[in-house]
Design a protein around this ligand. Structure first.
Ligand SMILES: Nc1nc2c(ncn2[C@@H]2O[C@H](COP(=O)(O)OP(=O)(O)O)[C@@H](O)[C@H]2O)c(=O)[nH]1
Ligand SMILES: [Mg+2]
Ligand SMILES: [Zn+2]
Length: 364
């Protein structure tokens, strides 16, 4: 394979599922989606050689879950590998090794793909007014099941109000479940070196977090040049202006790739997440020790969860967030099931999803 592709995340161990698509399109060659705009995709076969390409007509029509429509998560996103003909037309989307998704805002159930084929998700959170363990938990829920590893990156460790020790203490329960957290000054190349274990040649990482958290600053420091525009934070509310307007995949000098994203205001689950595996194993273990199997952790006798909160061993805010996220996942899962039934007329899928919910949370 040409060195160009390797520099944008091509793996020597080609996914066996790709062979079928490659055989079906012998005249096409692989390229990676490096930018996604309303008007279409930019793909590359090496660093800095992005070209705007045409794509399949069914990807341009409104997305949906009804018959004949292509769901948003089945269309290419930044990080995807595609097959391109004549250097200007996408003819196929290659199967992914991971996909970071969220539930899209709006009345109808929809998923939104944030990035594809990523190995690591850096959940970026500033050690200023931006710091919020509950929002970090929500991000971890979205990353769970994506196939990528989450790493919490606490920026602005050099800031006047930054209390690194206190922040880490608040994230101890998460760290205990193998989610690393690192505190950095995103402007300092030596500090940002701490991220190098997750940025080996061939790795792809995506930066997520609120606007103003320091994602573009991290990108620039890792690149060694000012590539992404950054914003001065308005002092009183610690929020940056939205300077990053689209997602872009950027090859780093280390041989890794980084995907910068604009801040996301809403972080809704898709309904496919497993709450227990999203950094809440400790809460689920406590709940399993309650005297009653259907304990609502209110005033029931023998409630292990309440007891742990009273002993100061479980943060009540964390527990309430767990309940909230669990309900949101259950609701989204129901909506997803009915969307899929719409699309395929397959009641089996609905039943399978409902069964999974019933097993987990009891009949409801
Ligand atoms: N002192 C300091 N400032 C930072 C750090 N990270 C980000 N900033 C500043 O915070 C503002 C917003 O950063 P930006 O990278 O645009 O945030 P983004 O919206 O997540 O891309 C900019 O003024 C940065 O210079 C950091 O670790 N230390
Ligand atoms: Mg930015
Ligand atoms: Zn209980």
């Amino acid at each position: 394979m040409p060195a160009g592709l390797q520099a944008i995340g091509w793996r020597a161990d080609v996914d066996p599922r790709w062979r079928e698509a490659m055989h079906a399109h012998p005249a096409a060659s692989p390229a990676r989606v490096v930018e996604q705009h309303r008007s279409g995709y930019v793909v590359a076969t090496g660093p800095g050689d992005g070209v705007a390409v045409e794509s399949l007509p069914e990807w341009q029509r409104p997305a949906g879950y009804r018959k004949g429509k292509v769901a948003p998560e089945d269309r290419p996103a930044v990080g995807d590998w595609v097959l391109v003909e004549d250097g200007r037309r996408i003819v196929a989307l290659l199967p992914r090794r991971s996909a970071i998704k969220r539930g899209a805002a709006g009345e109808h159930y929809r998923q939104q793909l944030i990035a594809a084929n990523v190995d690591v998700v850096f959940v970026v959170c500033g050690l200023d007014g931006d710091f919020n363990p509950r929002r970090i938990e929500r991000y971890l829920l979205l990353v769970q099941g994506s196939g990528a590893q989450p790493v919490v990156v606490l920026t602005k460790a050099d800031g006047p109000g930054a209390d690194v020790a206190a922040a880490r203490a608040q994230l101890a329960d998460i760290e205990a479940q193998d989610v690393p957290a690192v505190a950095v000054n995103a402007k300092d190349p030596a500090a940002v070196e701490a991220l190098s274990p997750w940025l080996r040649p061939g790795d792809t990482a995506v930066l997520v977090g609120s606007s103003g958290a320091g994602k573009s600053t991290l990108t620039n420091t890792l690149l060694g040049v000012e590539r992404m525009k950054t914003a001065e934070v308005r002092e009183h509310d610690a929020r940056g202006r939205h300077t990053t307007t689209h997602r872009a995949l950027i090859p780093l000098p280390t041989g890794a790739c980084l995907i910068d994203t604009p801040g996301m205001r809403e972080l809704k689950p898709t309904g496919e997440e497993e709450v227990a595996d999203a950094g809440f194993a400790d809460v689920e273990a406590l709940a399993a020790a309650c005297r009653f199997r259907d304990c609502a952790h209110g005033r029931e006798p023998g409630c292990a969860v309440r007891a742990a909160i009273e002993r100061g061993e479980l943060d009540e805010g964390r527990f309430l967030n767990y309940l909230k996220l669990r309900d949101e996942v259950a609701a989204a899962s129901d909506r997803l099931a009915s969307r899929l039934a719409d699309k395929q007329g397959a009641r089996v899928v609905t039943r399978a999803l409902h069964k999974r919910l019933d097993d987990k949370y009891g009949k409801h």
